[in-house]
Design a protein around this ligand. Structure first.
Ligand code: SAH
Ligand code: SF4
Length: 445
C-alpha cells in the first residue's frame, strides 16, 4: 500500500513541478513514506532521518508521511528537528499547501512553525488527487482503506482510520487509465479488500466489472480477512479466469484460543472450510498467509497448533513476524508477554517450515511451461523478472538488451529450468517450427 501511496504522492508533486531523483543527495525535497505496523519499521525511520541529515543538500526539505507520521505527529519533529513537515496517510492532497508553507520557512533561523497534517479530514483524499500515472505492467490500485476490526495487536485502525471504500465508478475509471498506460495486471489493495462496499454486491461485483476491461489480463487483491468472504466472492474465484489462482489469506495463529484473544472473529475450522471452498471452485489455487509468533499468552501448545496448520494447508509462501508491542493497542499491555528468546526460537522454527513448503511448491513447477508477466528488469545485465499466476518470481536471462525490451511488460510462456526457495529460472521456449533445421543445412547423401 505504501508503494501505491508513494506513487500518488509523486503524482501530486509532479503537478507542482517536482520530478524524482535517483539519489536523496540530489533532491530538493525528501519524503519518507513510513510504516508503523511493527516497532522495527518505526526504528528504521529514525535511523534513515539521521542518515539523510548528513547527505541531503543544505536547503533541501525533509518530510515524513504515512503511518509513523500519523501515530507520532509532533513527536517526530522533537526527535528529528531536521524534519520540515509531517503528514498522515489521509492528507496527501494537502501536500501543495504544506510545501508552500515549508518553502516560506527555508533559511529562516527559527523556522519551526510546525507544519503538521494528521487529522482524518471529512473529505476523501481520492477526490483531490490527480489522475494516476504508471509505467508498470503490474499496477497497484487502492480500492479500500482503513479498518474497523480492531485486532488487539494492530495499529491500522488508529493510523489509517475507519474503513472506507472507493466508489465502483472511480475504481473502474482508474483501472482504465492504468490499463491504457500499459498495465496488464491490477493488484487491488486495501487493509481488508474483501470488506469492499463501494458498490452493491461488494468485491465480487467489482471483480466481474474489472474482468470485462479489454487489455487487462490478470487481477489480484490483497489483503483479505478470512471472516469477510461471502459465497459470491468464493464463486468469483471459479468464474473469473482473470482472477489469479493465488490468495494471501492471513490467519496469524493456528490456535483458536489465541485467535479469540486477538479478536480475529473466526476459528481455525472456519479458516479451513474457507480454504476448502476456494479449492473446490478453483482447484489450482495456492495460498500464502501472515503469522504472528509470541502473541501474549502464546504457549508451546498454541505454537504447535500454528505449525500443524501450516503443515496441513501447504502454503505456497508466507510472512511471519514476532509480536511487536504497538503503543495504544490492547495487546501491548496484556499480561503474559512472551520472552524475546522464545519469540526468536518460534520465529526461526516457523520460517524454516514455511521455506520448506515454498521450496516444495516451487519444485513442482520444474519442467513446466508457465505464463509469466515480465514486469521489471533484474539486477543482472539483460535480465527480466516476472511473476507466474501463483505469484512466484521468475528470472529470465535474455540474449540482448533488445530482447529484454521486446519482452518487458508482456506475458510470455516460459519453460522452468531451475527452482529455488524464493524464485524460479525460466527460459524462452523455442517452438517446434524454430527447432526444425533449416533446409539449407541439408546435405544430400
Ligand atoms: N488486514 C490484514 C493485515 C494487515 S497488517 C489482516 O487482517 O490480515 C499486516 C500483517 O502485519 C498482519 O497480518 C500481521 O501478521 C502483522 N502485524 C500487524 N500488527 C503486528 C504486531 N503488533 N506485531 C507483529 N506483527 C503484526
Ligand atoms: Fe489490523 Fe487487519 Fe486486524 Fe484490521 S483486520 S485490525 S488491519 S490485522
Amino acid at each position: 500500500m505504501n508503494v501505491y501511496d508513494s506513487a500518488r504522492i509523486s503524482d501530486v508533486l509532479a503537478v507542482e513541478g517536482y520530478k524524482p531523483t535517483q539519489h536523496a543527495k540530489d533532491a530538493d525535497l525528501v519524503i519518507l513514506n513510513t510504516c508503523h505496523i511493527r516497532e522495527k519499521a518505526v526504528n528504521k525511520v529514525y535511523s534513515e532521518l539521521g542518515r539523510l541529515k548528513s547527505i541531503k543538500k543544505p536547503e533541501a526539505l525533509i518530510a515524513v508521511g504515512g503511518c509513523v507520521a500519523q501515530a507520532e505527529g509532533i513527536e517526530i519533529s522533537h526527535r528529528a528537528p531536521a524534519v520540515d513537515f509531517v503528514f498522515g496517510p489521509q492528507n496527501y492532497h494537502k501536500l501543495p499547501s504544506m510545501l508552500t508553507r515549508a518553502i516560506a520557512q527555508i533559511g529562516k533561523k527559527n523556522k519551526h512553525q510546525r507544519i503538521i497534517e494528521t487529522n482524518f479530514p471529512a473529505e476523501s483524499k481520492f477526490e483531490f488527487l490527480p489522475n494516476v500515472t504508471t509505467s508498470s505492467s503490474s499496477a497497484f490500485l487502492t480500492i479500500q482503506e482503513g479498518c474497523d476490526k480492531f485486532c488487539k495487536f494492530c495499529v491500522v485502525p488508529y493510523t489509517r482510520g475507519a474503513e472506507f471504500s472507493r466508489l465502483l465508478e472511480d475504481v473502474l475509471k482508474e483501472a482504465a487509465i492504468l490499463v491504457n498506460s500499459g498495465a496488464k495486471e491490477l493488484i487491488l489493495l486495501g487493509q481488508n479488500v474483501n470488506a469492499y462496499h463501494g458498490c452493491k454486491g461488494g468485491l465480487s461485483k467489482l471483480l466481474q466489472a474489472l474482468a470485462k476491461i479489454d487489455g487487462l489480463k490478470r487481477v489480484r487483491y490483497t489483503t483479505s480477512h478470512p471472516s469477510d468472504f461471502d459465497s459470491e466472492l468464493i464463486k468469483a474465484h471459479g468464474d473469473i479466469p482473470k482472477l489469479m489462482p493465488f490468495l494471501h489469506l492471513p490467519v496469524q495463529s493456528g490456535s483458536d484460543r489465541i485467535l479469540k484473544n486477538m479478536n480475529r472473529r473466526h476459528t481455525i475450522r472456519d479458516y479451513m472450510e474457507l480454504i476448502e471452498n476456494l479449492r473446490n471452485v478453483r482447484p489450482d489455487i495456492s495460498f500464502s498467509s501472515d503469522f504472528i509468533v509470541g502473541y501474549p499468552g502464546e504457549t508451546d501448545k498454541d505454537f504447535a497448533a500454528t505449525i500443524s496448520l501450516i503443515k496441513h494447508v501447504e502454503f505456497s509462501q508466507g510472512y511471519s513476524f514476532k509480536f511487536s508491542k504497538r503503543p495504544g493497542t490492547p495487546a501491548a499491555d496484556m499480561n503474559k508477554q512472551v520472552p524475546e528468546k522464545i519469540k526468536d526460537e518460534r520465529l526461526s522454527c516457523l520460517q524454516t517450515l514455511l521455506h520448506e513448503k515454498q521450496t516444495a511448491f516451487n519444485k513442482n513447477s520444474m519442467g513446466k511451461t508457465i505464463p509469466v508477466l515480465l514486469d521489471r528488469y533484474g539486477k543482472k545485465a539483460n535480465q527480466l523478472i516476472g511473476r507466474t499466476p501463483h505469484m512466484q518470481a521468475v528470472h529470465l536471462n535474455c540474449s540482448s538488451l533488445k530482447q529484454t525490451k521486446k519482452y518487458l511488460g508482456k506475458i510470455i510462456s516460459l519453460g522452468i529450468s531451475a527452482t529455488y526457495t524464493h524464485s524460479l529460472t525460466g527460459h524462452l521456449e523455442t517452438n517446434s517450427f524454430n527447432k526444425r533445421k533449416s533446409l539449407k543445412e541439408y546435405q544430400p547423401v
